[in-house]
Ligand binder design. Structure first.
Ligand SMILES: Cc1ncc(COP(=O)(O)O)c(C=O)c1O
Length: 391
């Protein structure tokens, strides 16, 4: 153990929940054991060829050095067009878009730039674990707005208002939501917007799963609602929609004056995103989009099949998610979700993510990733889980 104790702000930081079973799964795999991975959200599919080709071409074209902190003009222009057409967000490509090395990094810039000791940050729970840890890293106080499975994770003005205090400064919101799979309705988003305006809050809205929305549900960008553009920082990523989780590419979108303090953090940390990666991003936005449709269709069908399989297990309740690439079934019994996940790794040789990693209201659930492994493997994994749980 080192004789230098870590800084106080690191004290409460937990390792990512998806790492919980990861090491044991890797150890087993190294011993030749066939483990099926239904844990992390990162997709199994590789980046489409035209995107890879554009990145490689940019390297050979000499884009190997520095780039501006906010991003290169070609990429920001392509992003502005997509945001306008798809999200009804009219961002100024000059100063209203900040290219970041993955949305997680961009979210950290926002949290770091805007909150600190004494500030409270509202998190809609069950919540993606990174939000809480990033608030802790900034030495601000996370406050959970707990939604319940019984009420199908419905979000209301009253639920938000109940958790707000004079110290609330920021609301972190995720739509479609990891891990519940909720896609918030326009009425719910209007409640969020009214609440944020009544309380004069800044909102950080993570729209990672914008293209993974099913049936009659509709993805609406919160910042497109009246009165929200000026108080919302929205994050987007190329991780899921373009199979680019390893490239580290995303963007933060807001009025220039909101992005400005975040730019300071990027300038003194990551500096910028490599320009050849941004050129791959241009190809992703401007090139064929059929892969997104194909992955979405695959996930839409798979979630129905897998939900049926879970719901056939006595005592298990698995709602059909409205969006994202997950299912979030609830399990009966005295085991914690961590114990259950460990048992499934040991007995079924399947990794899943324990619901407690998404806050107290996630306890009793497991998050099952539908895109981490190919379809046949996902189905085999759920069959193995079924066998173990049916004894
Ligand atoms: C809600 C949410 N936001 C952000 C991310 C991370 O995205 P990126 O790879 O762009 O950092 C993830 C998962 O990968 C996620 O589930």
């Amino acid at each position: 153990m080192s004789r230098w104790s870590p800084a106080l702000r690191i004290k409460n930081i937990q390792p990512p929940v998806i790492r919980m079973g990861g090491q044991r799964a890797r150890d087993l795999a190294e011993q030749g054991v066939d483990v099926i991975d239904l844990g992390p959200s990162s997709p199994h599919y590789v980046t489409p060829k035209h995107i890879i080709d554009a990145g490689v071409k940019a390297l050979y074209d000499g884009l190997t050095n520095h780039a501006p902190a906010l991003g290169i003009p070609e990429f920001k222009t392509a992003l502005a067009e997509k945001l306008s057409a798809h999200n009804h967000l009219h961002a100024d490509p000059e100063n209203g878009i900040m290219v970041v090395p993955g949305s997680q990094q961009g979210l950290y810039y926002a949290v770091n730039a805007y909150v600190g000791p004494g500030d409270e940050v509202l998190l809609v729970e069950p919540v993606w674990g990174s939000f809480r840890q990033q608030v802790e890293l900034a030495e601000a106080t996370p406050v959970s707005v707990s939604l319940s499975a019984e009420e199908e994770y419905h979000l209301s003005y009253e639920a938000l208002e109940e958790c707000a205090t004079a110290w609330t400064k920021l609301l972190i919101f995720n739509n479609p939501q990891n891990p519940t799979g909720r896609v918030y309705t326009r009425a719910e988003l209007e409640d969020v917007a009214r609440f944020a305006q009544d309380r004069d809050l800044l909102v950080l809205c993570d729209e990672t799963y914008e293209y993974f929305v099913y049936d009659s549900n509709e993805h609406i960008s919160l910042a497109s609602l009246p009165g929200m553009w000026e108080r919302t920082v929205t994050s987007f990523t190329f991780n899921k929609s373009y199979g680019m989780s390893g490239w580290r590419l995303g963007c933060m979108v807001a009025p220039g004056e909101l992005l400005d303090p975040m730019t300071r953090v990027q300038e003194y940390t990551a500096s910028f995103v490599a320009p050849f990666i941004q050129m791959a991003g241009v190809a992703a936005l401007r090139g064929p989009q059929d892969h997104v449709q194909q992955w979405r269709d695959e996930c839409r069908e798979l979630r129905l099949q897998v939900a049926d399989m879970f719901n056939a297990i006595p005592g298990v309740h698995c709602p059909i998610t409205e969006g994202t690439t997950f299912l979030f079934p609830r399990f009966p019994g005295g085991e914690t979700s961590t114990e259950l996940a460990e048992r499934l790794l040991n007995e079924a040789l399947v990794t899943v993510t324990p619901g407690s990693g998404f806050g107290d209201s996630g306890e009793g659930h497991l998050r099952v990733s539908l895109m981490r492994s190919p379809v046949e493997r996902v189905l085999e994994g759920v069959e193995r889980i079924t066998k173990v749980l049916n004894g």
